[in-house]
Design a binder for this molecule. Structure first.
Ligand code: AGP
Length: 369
């Protein structure tokens, strides 16, 4: 077999471990430190065309859609143009108004997902500008788009997508820097973000090494994997991180999980918080840190156990468990904070004796409706 386990217990473990190298490939030759921008030649867009983009809409399914949400946050923050993400299967069926000033981004690891392909075809029929963010070169979506950014994450076999999702987010960070630098993103901010991107592979390495050496995430999974349900909570730029974390846990461990924006908790979900309902709270070290600390306090005041995933120094004893990642640029934190959530899903699945690479009822690539 050309894609062997290479000493890993399963493909999911292998693909999680391969992320530092996948990131290095995704970034290679694309960080232009001279002009403090990203070089994405595959887009085939000159600065005038990039400046003409008035809106960006990311289209994908499942984890590719959640990565698109991270991308939308990055584009809005760095380029200051409206951006959003939508499930491709919804878009294709709602007879969308196609905006000639919008850049549509079709996001797909396999490049074969039927709903995403159909969304691209619908866009092209209506004259929309669509580029691909695709891993598999020569795939149907990459051919149909004809322009875009390849993820270069390498083959992904496990049904649960990990390294492809991480390289999607990194590609969108580069796209956001590129769109930002033809607008008013400063040279200093451009450089700061390029340095942050260049450091990501070794930060991911550090997260993986910590779990391998001390079993930090594994211990959390063993303690809470038997819960019948879990909350995943994030705010603004980390809301999609929580959504993807919940998706990953459901997919491979079959533990029910639900994600909420932190601001929504008190509008309903708090009613479900009990000592049997652990919450994973994503806490970036950013301007909303105090609010996220408040969220943790609210959950714990109702007896709910909290697992904080953070790059911040949290007050001692604030959470029942803390999964730390290295500090990065705030805009890039969602990329790094997603890594412990992948590990959590896999460790939970192993603790529950699941077939982590082939979860029931799921296919790696959904090529039919
Ligand atoms: C991810 O863990 C899932 N298996 C699934 O949501 C996947 O991301 C989705 O089906 C899209 O696949 P694609 O990226 O190949 O288009």
């Amino acid at each position: 077999e050309d894609y062997a386990l290479g000493g890993h217990p399963d493909f999911l473990a292998k693909e999680i471990a391969e992320q530092p190298d996948a990131l290095r490939r995704a970034l290679a030759g694309r960080l232009d430190t001279r002009f403090a921008t990203a070089r994405l030649g595959g887009l085939g867009m000159d600065p005038r065309e990039l400046r003409g983009v008035r809106r960006v809409l990311f289209l994908g399914c499942g984890s590719a859609y959640y990565a698109g949400e991270i991308g939308a946050g990055l584009v809005e923050q760095l380029a200051r143009i409206p951006a959003a993400a939508e499930p491709a299967g919804e878009f294709r069926h709602r007879n969308p108004v196609v905006d000639p000033d919008c850049l549509y981004v079709a996001v797909s690891q396999s490049g074969e997902t039927a709903d995403t392909l159909a969304a691209v075809q619908e866009l092209r029929r209506k004259g929309g500008r669509v580029i691909g963010a695709v891993n598999v070169i020569g795939s149907a979506i990459s051919r149909e788009c004809g322009a875009g950014v390849f993820l270069h994450s390498g083959p992904e076999v496990s049904v649960a997508s990990t390294k492809a999702v991480t390289t999607m987010s990194v590609s969108f960070a580069m796209l956001a820097v590129l769109l930002g630098r033809v607008r008013d993103l400063s040279v200093a901010d451009g450089r700061r973000l390029l340095d942050g991107l260049a450091a990501l592979p070794r930060h991911v390495e550090a997260v993986l090494a910590e779990d391998a050496a001390h079993g930090t995430v594994a211990a959390v999974a063993q303690r809470w994997a038997h819960a019948s349900s879990m909350f995943f909570v994030g705010r603004t730029r980390c809301s999609p991180v929580a959504r993807e974390g919940a998706q990953k846990l459901k997919e491979v461990s079959y533990c029910h999980a639900e994600a909420y924006p932190a601001s929504e908790l008190k509008h309903g979900p708090l009613a479900l918080v009990t000592p049997d309902m652990p919450s994973v709270v994503v806490v970036p070290d950013d301007e909303l840190l105090a609010k996220n600390v408040g969220t943790i306090e609210q959950i714990r005041a109702r007896g709910g156990p909290v697992i904080a995933v953070t790059d911040a120094e949290l007050p001692a004893g604030l959470a029942d468990a803390v999964l730390r990642v290295p500090r990065t640029e705030p805009e890039l934190a969602p990329i790094l904070l997603g890594i412990p959530l992948q590990l959590l899903a896999r460790h939970a699945a192993v603790a529950l004796g699941r077939d982590v690479d082939r979860p029931r009822n799921l296919a790696k690539s959904v090529t039919v409706e």
